[in-house]
Design a protein around this ligand. Structure first.
Ligand SMILES: NC(=O)c1ccc[n+]([C@@H]2O[C@H](COP(=O)([O-])OP(=O)(O)OC[C@H]3O[C@@H](n4cnc5c(N)ncnc54)[C@H](OP(=O)(O)O)[C@@H]3O)[C@@H](O)[C@H]2O)c1
Length: 339
């Protein structure tokens, strides 16, 4: 694309921020023009201050970028239009409405604005039409905020989107969530090494609220969320009750035929990949696929007493966070700027 759109990353040194920096280092539509972290890092080169936790090398293109202060005027002067937020929710709660009011297009990972009625929780593969809510926020006269879902919900909503047509009555979900989901430095190694923690604050409530808002459905949801000693990728086991009798091969067919948003650079050709392999999927495949980490993997499909059960794997920091946000911005550009 000629004239790439200039973008900023807020919270660029955190777990999600690092994925933004990596994916934006060579993006066909977006140019990384500005990045921020907490005050102590301002003025330092990115590579010299970040504690890089990705399982691959830092791209050369981002190493010498200066970490800057959060300053609206400086961002405007740098030509920034789109702001990607990987801020903690409490910081986002203040910063994001201010960015929107100053005309920036904000794509956020934080929960701060997710439940506002006029703010979409967007997963373009499943509910791209909800992008139109930005007009209710005042776009094109003002800026806007678009959020992505909690990382567990993203994987769940992806796997359920093609199954909505069967009438989902109840969802029972258990998650096995990696430590990167708690950010960096996150949990104490003393707490998580050789251990599992069957409580993640607020997570079960988020899943229930968000899956309903994203998919516009109203099933009963029963969730347990567990932190496990794995670096990347959230595994989920799911049981579903449907309004009609559904066979496993119909579920596989629905997943295989799910191929929306192919025109966006960050959307895989096959967004949901199912395998009948008995030990599939596993968190060690979290960075598989093209683009890396954007595919949701499903497996262990079975039917018992009319219920359908399966496993899924979502990369929590890519599809479930920064990659999902970038895909949201691509969907906006494609739908509203006709690029
Ligand atoms: N991790 C996931 O899997 C995941 C998935 C979906 C959504 N999210 C959401 O995404 C957001 C970021 O998560 P994360 O896991 O990347 O967190 P994180 O690793 O703790 O990173 C937070 C980032 O925000 C910066 N920051 C902290 N306090 C700040 C302040 N007062 N002013 C400016 N910058 C500040 C940090 O800078 P310093 O490095 O300088 O402290 C860092 O760059 C959170 O809202 C989280 O809930 C996370």
């Amino acid at each position: 694309m000629e004239n790439k759109i200039k973008v900023a990353v807020m919270g660029a040194t955190g777990a999600v921020g690092q994925v933004f920096m990596w994916m934006l280092s060579d993006h066909p539509w977006f140019e990384l023009a500005y990045c921020t972290a907490s005050a102590a890092r301002v003025g330092q080169k990115y590579a010299s201050t970040v504690h890089w936790v990705m399982p691959f090398e830092m791209p050369e293109a981002i190493k010498d970028i200066d970490v800057k202060e959060f300053n609206f005027d400086a961002m405007k002067e740098a030509g920034v239009k789109i702001v990607f937020s990987a801020l903690p929710a409490a910081v986002a709660m203040e910063a994001e409405p201010q960015l929107r009011a100053r005309g920036f297009y904000v794509f956020s990972n934080a929960a701060a604005m997710r439940y506002d009625q006029d703010v979409p929780i967007l997963i373009p593969d499943t509910n791209v039409e909800q992008l139109d809510l930005i007009r209710t926020q005042g776009y094109p006269q003002t800026g806007f905020c678009v959020t992505n879902a909690n990382c567990v919900t993203t994987g769940l909503a992806m796997a359920l989107a093609p199954l909505r047509k069967f009438g989902i009555k109840t969802i029972t979900i258990n998650s096995y969530q990696s430590v990167s989901g708690a950010g960096y430095p996150g949990l104490s190694s003393f707490d998580i090494t050789d251990n599992c923690i069957p409580f993640i604050k607020g997570e079960e409530e988020k899943i229930e609220k968000e899956v309903k808002k994203i998919l516009s459905i109203n099933p009963d949801v029963y969730a347990y969320t567990v932190r496990v000693p794995v670096m990347f990728g959230h595994l989920e086991t799911v049981w579903l009750d449907f309004e009609q009798d559904v066979e496993c091969d119909e579920i596989v067919k629905a997943w295989n035929e799910f191929k929306e948003c192919q025109d966006l650079p960050s959307t895989p050709k096959q967004p949901i990949v199912y395998s009948p392999e008995s030990t599939f999927p596993q968190p060690k495949y979290a960075f598989w696929g093209n683009p890396k980490g954007m595919v949701v993997y499903t497996g262990r499909l079975k039917k018992k007493n009319g219920k359908i059960g399966f496993c899924l794997l979502v990369n929590n920091i890519v599809k479930g966070a920064a990659g999902g946000s970038i895909q949201n911005a691509e969907a906006f550009v494609s739908r509203f700027l006709n690029r």
